[in-house]
Design a protein around this ligand. Structure first.
Ligand code: 4AD
Ligand code: MG
Length: 491
């Protein structure tokens, strides 16, 4: 009773009683009247509209009976104009689709001037689409990418929720450099042209908004550790910022990072969690976004056909994802990784641009050799030299390495960076002193080691890097809506 009453009200008052195309396509073409709204992809022969509403890449075909609709209206049915259609769903007369809508009523919601609209119903390059990122959502590729990105984000929350982790929102503005790498964007309200100065000529940040120098966060980890050493298991999932001048297909100045942090975990627990986590979110997308993945797989296939044989991947996208879900990652130490590189034909034939020896920070060519050529699967590299890793990593007994772990993925390189944390107060402060990390400013961080310190560990997953991996896209700028990169902050 109540429901019919409410439906009645909806009929009278609501503009939007549409059904989404994705839902409609799963229903029988039984002649029922439906309302759909969306954007015109194409309009052919003054009869056939391919309509898309963003719920799926599959367009619904709307058929206009010849002679029934006004010429003025027909002229306004241009690519990307938005319309409301009321009509009946019937089995399709034509090929290519199961059902279509026989239109009874078509209303233009918004015109799109065909002369000026930059997206034509043809294939555009990804580079071109990046310049019109505000409109690229209206293409199949980006529809799929952003639905998959959403699904991954949702799966991440679900994974941690099911495990009893607490989602922490760590600050975006901080006064500390969590990675100690100095790649920070300053946050300040001081006048740029004439900032107040101290007697020695340096800028006087005590007069700044926060009374000290602040920056955008490079990682929520340090605050995450504070929470984990009380709540047990937490994760963050938020934007992070790096002012590194890396103009690569893998780096953004603003990216999203997932950072779980767990009390009572050692390095091995950490690796096990990271592996289970990555498998879980990929499986989720395989199960829930098959249509989008199939589309992206086909896109990748076509793209790879342009490449010479030896540059093509052995596996298609779906095969690759299934492989990751079903196989354990390889686990090796940094020292073993360096040995493999030194023994490799690539090294012997001087194919690497950068030198290989114990102590180097592996370059992406080295990482990719390990995962793509040598192991052909994701690899977890552990126990890196302490001199190339952050101050907070737990020092191993050999005096040379730390309990770090990076996960390297085929086609991407580093996707996860993490470690067991140095929980011993003296060892931690000793390392901070060696690395010029200001211990007095991090008094609050050190308090966790002063009061009830525990072994703990965590890692950071670069969200856009996993989206790259899962969608098979080649450039990180194409998996975030509005990329921030050196010399680019459009939109
Ligand atoms: O290895 P990173 O720098 O580790 C941390 O920030 C730790 N605090 C994480 C932790 O232990 N809680 O960054 C973690 C991951 C990298 O593995 C990479 O996937 C991603 O973040 N990442 C970037 N992604 C896009 N653009 C950049 N400029 C990135 N820098 C790091
Ligand atoms: Mg790293």
């Amino acid at each position: 009773m109540l429901l019919t009453y409410l439906y009645g009200l909806q009929d009278v008052f609501m503009f939007n009683k549409r059904i989404k195309i994705r839902e409609l396509l799963n229903q029988p073409a039984d002649g029922r009247e439906v309302t759909v709204m969306g954007w015109v992809r194409t309009f052919r022969n003054n009869q056939f509209i391919a309509l898309n509403d963003g719920s799926t890449n599959t367009n619904i075909q709307v058929v206009l009976e010849l002679g029934k609709f006004d010429d003025v209206l027909l002229k306004r049915l241009t690519t990307s104009s938005s319309i409301k259609v009321v009509g009946h769903i019937i089995p399709s007369q034509g090929k290519g689709q199961q059902m279509e809508i026989k239109a009874a009523h078509v209303e233009i919601l918004g015109d799109a001037d065909a002369e000026k609209y930059p997206l034509q119903p043809k294939k555009h390059s990804l580079e071109f689409l990046r310049e019109i990122a505000h409109l690229r959502f209206r293409t199949n590729t980006f529809g799929s990418v952003f639905r998959v990105r959403h699904a991954l984000a949702f799966a991440i929350h679900r994974f941690f929720h099911e495990k009893g982790f607490v989602y922490m929102h760590t600050p975006v503005i901080t006064a500390s450099d969590a990675e100690g790498a100095g790649e920070m964007f300053r946050v300040s309200t001081l006048p740029l042209d004439n900032p107040p100065r101290k007697e020695d000529g340096t800028i006087d940040f005590s007069q700044d908004f926060f009374g000290k120098a602040t920056n955008l966060t490079v990682s929520g980890q340090l605050e995450g550790e504070l929470a984990a050493t009380a709540l047990g298991e937490i994760y963050t999932f938020g934007p992070t910022f790096r002012a590194e001048n890396s103009n690569t297909t893998r780096h953004l100045a603003e990216f999203w990072m997932v950072e779980p942090e767990m009390a009572f975990y050692d390095l091995e627990d950490n690796m096990n969690l990271a592996e289970e986590f990555i498998r879980y979110i990929i499986r989720f997308v395989l199960e829930n976004n098959r249509e989008d993945l199939d589309f992206l797989a086909q896109r990748l296939d076509e793209e790879e056909k342009q490449l010479p044989m030896d540059k093509r991947s052995d596996m298609g996208l779906i095969q690759k994802l299934e492989f990751v879900v079903n196989n354990r990652f390889e686990r090796i130490t940094y020292t073993e990784a360096i040995d493999i590189l030194l023994q490799s034909p690539a090294y012997k034939k001087k194919k690497f641009q950068y030198d290989v020896k114990w102590g180097i920070d592996m370059q992406s060519e080295h990482e990719r050799y390990l995962v793509e050529k040598h192991f052909q699967k994701p690899v977890i590299v552990t126990n890196y030299p302490k001199d190339i890793k952050a101050f907070y990593m737990r020092q191993n007994d050999d005096g040379k390495t730390v309990a770090a772990m990076d996960i390297l993925a085929p086609g991407i390189g580093e996707i996860v960076g993490g470690s067991q944390r140095e929980e011993r107060f003296d060892r931690l402060t000793g390392r901070m002193l060696e690395m010029n990390i200001p211990a007095d400013e991090l008094w609050w961080y050190l308090d966790t080691r002063r009061f009830g310190t525990v072994p703990h560990a965590g890692f950071g997953l670069g969200f856009e890097r996993i989206v790259l991996f899962v969608t098979g896209m080649g450039n990180i700028r194409d998996v975030i809506a509005f990329p921030r990169t050196p010399k680019n902050a459009e939109f």
